[in-house]
Design a protein around this ligand. Structure first.
Ligand code: SF4
Ligand code: SF4
Length: 387
């Protein structure tokens, strides 16, 4: 059976327009009853790339998340929303701040949804392939939820040209470990394989893309808001991306990071084989959408630069013995049992840099220490959690 993508028109983040477009799109691909039952715990995996406000178009808009969450609550579901923010290459993962700035925290409080900061929730060693590093560790809520709905943002990407449903799952890797993947997989094909590993391990049965206010130009954070006025819905993340790329005049085969998804048959990449439903019978062109001025992810210089940058800016958790109250919260929350209960020393051989200890220490005794002292000077203008 061919993959289906519902492309829905939605010109504003207004509750009635959002819920109408989402409900009609879901009805077109089989109806909510195909995916949810009352009592389910449903996790909405957003794009929370960093502490960016919703109008920046860098993050999944909190009003779209609210609309999906309210629909699910009316269907009797418990709703969670979560992510681990980007910034790992620079040795930071400001997820808590990103929840606030993006409006997601306020929205969740208002409607009774639960925030899941993936940097605080522990990890699960995912089965299946782990093409790189010593295992694939994903945030625990991905597996604790009965259903995970992927809510990517339609954005240009200076490194990857485009980012959407396939790439949005990278935030399932919590904390600073993302940086190790960027280092181990600096070329687009290897990185694409990591993304497919995550999709295969976690299985996201539904993808709803926020393309109401997209980002063009030099995304994924420094581009400009572009009113694309679309919501895309599919069970197939690759087909959804192919549809979005079709709107930009591109094919999935032209996006290096999607090649592994095509090779490993994550879904359908050929728009001629996708059944388009909803408001459009084919991807409507987004006139004037600007692609990044430069994209060099696949170039050799870029690969070397990423490795050097990750090494230079690398940080790791450390415990300040003067501040530590020996409460053992970090010891008990470390998913790798990397912290010695008596000495509070961290075994970096075991540590996967998930950042749980840093997030959970009630006394701010866990700090992120730069491996290279010069990096601290370099980053002196950054007001982050470093010493
Ligand atoms: S959680 Fe913080 S205060 Fe408690 S033992 Fe760990 S480092 Fe010390
Ligand atoms: S010491 Fe444990 S909790 Fe802290 S970052 Fe490493 S693995 Fe995570």
């Amino acid at each position: 059976m061919s993959s289906k993508v519902a492309i829905m028109e939605c010109a504003a983040y207004e509750p009635s327009r959002l819920s109408d477009a989402i409900n009609r799109g879901i009805a077109a691909i089989g109806g909510w009853e195909k995916f949810v039952r009352p009592g389910m715990k449903v996790l909405l995996k957003v794009n929370l790339i960093g502490p960016k406000p919703p109008e920046s178009a860098a993050v999944t808009h909190c009003e779209l998340v609210r609309a999906v969450a309210l629909i699910l609550k009316n269907l009797g579901c418990e709703v969670w929303t979560g992510d681990s923010a980007g910034g790992a290459i620079a040795g930071v993962a400001p997820t808590a701040r990103a929840f606030e700035v993006s409006g997601l925290k306020k929205m969740a409080e208002e409607i009774g949804a639960t925030l899941k900061n993936f940097d605080r929730e522990g990890v699960v060693a995912a089965d299946g392939r782990s093409s790189l590093l010593d295992g694939l560790y994903l945030a625990r809520p991905i597996f604790d939820a009965d259903l995970v709905i992927n809510l990517p943002k339609l954005k240009s990407h200076s490194g990857c040209i485009y980012t959407g449903a396939v790439k949005n799952v990278f935030g399932c890797i919590p904390g600073l470990r993302k940086a190790e993947y960027h280092k181990a997989a600096p070329d687009a094909h290897l990185f694409g394989n990591v993304l497919v590993d995550i999709h295969e391990a976690a299985r996201f049965p539904l993808h709803i893309m926020d393309g109401v206010l997209a980002m063009d130009g030099d995304g994924p954070t420094a581009g400009s808001p572009y009113p694309a006025n679309k919501i895309l819905i599919s069970e197939d993340p690759l087909a959804l991306d192919a549809a979005a790329l079709g709107m930009l005049g591109l094919r999935a085969h032209e996006i290096p990071v999607l090649r592994a998804a095509i090779e490993r048959k994550l879904g359908e990449a050929d728009t001629d084989k996708i059944l388009f439903l909803g408001d459009y019978a084919s991807p409507p062109p987004l006139s004037g959408f600007r692609l990044p001025a430069r994209f060099a992810f696949h170039k050799k210089q870029s690969q070397k630069a990423i490795r050097l940058l990750v090494d230079f800016l690398k940080s790791k958790p450390a415990i300040d013995p003067k501040t530590c109250k020996k409460c053992n919260v970090c010891v008990d929350s470390c998913p790798m049992q990397a912290i010695d209960r008596t000495t509070k020393e961290i075994s970096y051989a075991k540590c996967i840099e998930c950042k749980c200890c840093h997030e959970l220490c009630p006394h701010q005794a866990v700090y992120l220490k730069r491996s290279n002292p010069l990096a601290s000077v370099f980053m002196k203008l950054y007001r982050g959690p470093f010493r």
